[in-house]
Design a protein around this ligand. Structure first.
Ligand code: PLP
Length: 400
C-alpha cells in the first residue's frame, strides 16, 4: 500500500503497485490496465453495499464509467500531488475545466475569470456558458484583490485563475485571492497544469479547487489525453463529480495506465526540464535579438518574488519577446530543427509556438506592442544542442 505521508518521489515510486495473488504470493510490479465496461458483484448484498458507499460519496468500483483499480491508483496520485482529499479524473485538461464551470454554476450565475487562462476557455464561454445563461467577466491577471472586489456582483460564484498565466507566465497571488474568495463566499479554482502538483500546490495556498491537464507533465510523453479535478471540500467536489457522471465522461484504462507509467518519473523529468530551461534563459538573456524573458524563475521577472514564496521549482516553459518583424519571427520558428511547432507541452521533447497578435490582445499583462512573442517548451535534449539550434535560427531570421 502507498503512504502519502512520504516524500512525493517515494510515494510515486511505490504507488500503483499490483497486489499479490492470494494463492501464489506473487505479483508483477505494476498494476495492469484494468479495462472494464462493467463489474460483476458476487451477490446482491455486495451490490447494495457498493451502491450505499457510492451514495455516501465513496469511490468503490461499481460500473465501467467510474473506472476500476487503475483509475483509483491514479486518483490517489493526483490527491497526493495536490494535497487534496478528492479527485475526479477527466478525459482531458479542457474537460476538467469545463466540469468545474458546469458543476458549480447555474443559469443566472456569474464568474470572474483571469484574462491569462488557457485560450480555449474563451471558446468554451462563447459556445456553451453564454448559451446556458452563465456570465463571465475577464479581469487583468495583475488586478489587486481590491480592484477585483469591485467586479464582484451579487450573483458571482466562481473566481477562476491560472498561475503562472498561459502565455506570459505571470504569477498570481493565490493566498490573497483565497482571502478575498473566502470573505465574499466565492469558490477559488485554479489551473495548475504548470505546477502539476510537483512545483506548485494551490490547495495548500488556499485555493478550493485545482485542475491539472494530465496530458502535459503527468503523462510526460506526448501520447495521451487526461485531466483531473482535485479538491478538499467534499460538498464542492460532489457537485463537480455528479455533473461529470451525469454527462457520461469516461476515461480509458489504457490512458490511465500510461499516465501511471509516466508520472513515476515526473520529479526526474521536471528537474531536468527546469535545469535546461534556465540554461536556455541564460543564453537568451545575452542575445541582442531578445527584448524580454517571461519566466517567473528568472530573477528579473516581475513575478519572481511570488514564485520564490509560493513555488518549489520550475519546469521547461518560458516565453521570449524578440525584436523581430513578423516575417523574421516566422523565419526564426521555421528555422528551428530541434523544436516541433505545436501547442501541447509537457512531453520529453522541445516545442515552439509563435503566439498570434489576437491571442496576445486578450492579455492586459502584454506591454510590448508589435514585438513577436515565442513560447518555448524546453525538452530533455542536451541543452548544448538546443543552444546551437536557437543560435542558427536567430541568425537565419535576420535574413528574412
Ligand atoms: C494543455 C492545457 C490544458 C488543456 O489540456 P488538454 O488535455 O490538452 O485538454 C489546460 N490548461 C493548460 C494550462 C494547458 O496548458
Amino acid at each position: 500500500m502507498s503512504d502519502s505521508s512520504k516524500h512525493i518521489s517515494t510515494f510515486l515510486a511505490h504507488s500503483g503497485a499490483a497486489p499479490f495473488n492470494p494463492e501464489t504470493g506473487v505479483a508483477p510490479v505494476n498494476l495492469p490496465p484494468m479495462r472494464a465496461s462493467t463489474v460483476r458483484f458476487r451477490d446482491l448484498d455486495k451490490l447494495e453495499h457498493v451502491q450505499r458507499r457510492r451514495a455516501e460519496g465513496g469511490r468503490p468500483a461499481s460500473y465501467g464509467i467510474y473506472g476500476m483499480d487503475t483509475h483509483i491508483a491514479l486518483e490517489d496520485i493526483f490527491k497526493a500531488l495536490e494535497d487534496g482529499e478528492h479527485c475526479a479524473l477527466q478525459p482531458s485538461g479542457l474537460a476538467s475545466i469545463a466540469m468545474v464551470f458546469l458543476g458549480l454554476l447555474s443559469a443566472g450565475d456569474h464568474a470572474l475569470v483571469a484574462d491569462c487562462v488557457y485560450g480555449p476557455i474563451y471558446e468554451f464561454n462563447n459556445a456553451v456558458l453564454k448559451r446556458m445563461g452563465i456570465e463571465v467577466t475577464y479581469f487583468p491577471s495583475s488586478a489587486t484583490p481590491d480592484e477585483l472586489e469591485k467586479l464582484i456582483r451579487p450573483n458571482t460564484r466562481l473566481l477562476y485563475i491560472e498561475t503562472p498565466g498561459s502565455l506570459l507566465f505571470q504569477m498570481m497571488d493565490i493566498p490573497a485571492l483565497a482571502e478575498l474568495a473566502n470573505r465574499r463566499g466565492l469558490v477559488l479554482a485554479t489551473d495548475n497544469t504548470w505546477g502539476s502538483g510537483y512545483i506548485y500546490r494551490p490547495l495548500q495556498l488556499g485555493a478550493h479547487i485545482s485542475v491539472i491537464a494530465g496530458t502535459k507533465y503527468i503523462a510526460g510523453h506526448s501520447d495521451l489525453m487526461l485531466g483531473a479535478v482535485v479538491a478538499r471540500d467534499h460538498g464542492l467536489f460532489q457537485r463537480i463529480a455528479r455533473t461529470q457522471y451525469a454527462v457520461g465522461n469516461s476515461i480509458s484504462a489504457d490512458d490511465v495506465w500510461l499516465a501511471l507509467r509516466g508520472v513515476r518519473t515526473m520529479p526526474l523529468r521536471m528537474e531536468q526540464h527546469a535545469k535546461h530551461a534556465m540554461t536556455i534563459c541564460d543564453f537568451l538573456s545575452r542575445r541582442p535579438e531578445v527584448s524580454r524573458l517571461y519566466n517567473p524563475a528568472w530573477p528579473q521577472d516581475p513575478g519572481h518574488a511570488l514564485w520564490q514564496r509560493d513555488c518549489t521549482g520550475t519546469n521547461g516553459m518560458l516565453a521570449v519577446s524578440l525584436k523581430f518583424t513578423p516575417a523574421q519571427a516566422r523565419r526564426f520558428v521555421e528555422s528551428l530543427t530541434l523544436f516541433g511547432i505545436g501547442f501541447s507541452w509537457g512531453g520529453y521533447e522541445s516545442l515552439v509556438q509563435l503566439v498570434t497578435p489576437a491571442e496576445l490582445a486578450r492579455h492586459a499583462y502584454w506591454s510590448e506592442g508589435d514585438l513577436a512573442l515565442v513560447r518555448l517548451h524546453i525538452g530533455l535534449e542536451d541543452p548544448r544542442d538546443v543552444i546551437a539550434d536557437l543560435t542558427q535560427a536567430l541568425e537565419a531570421a535576420k535574413e528574412a
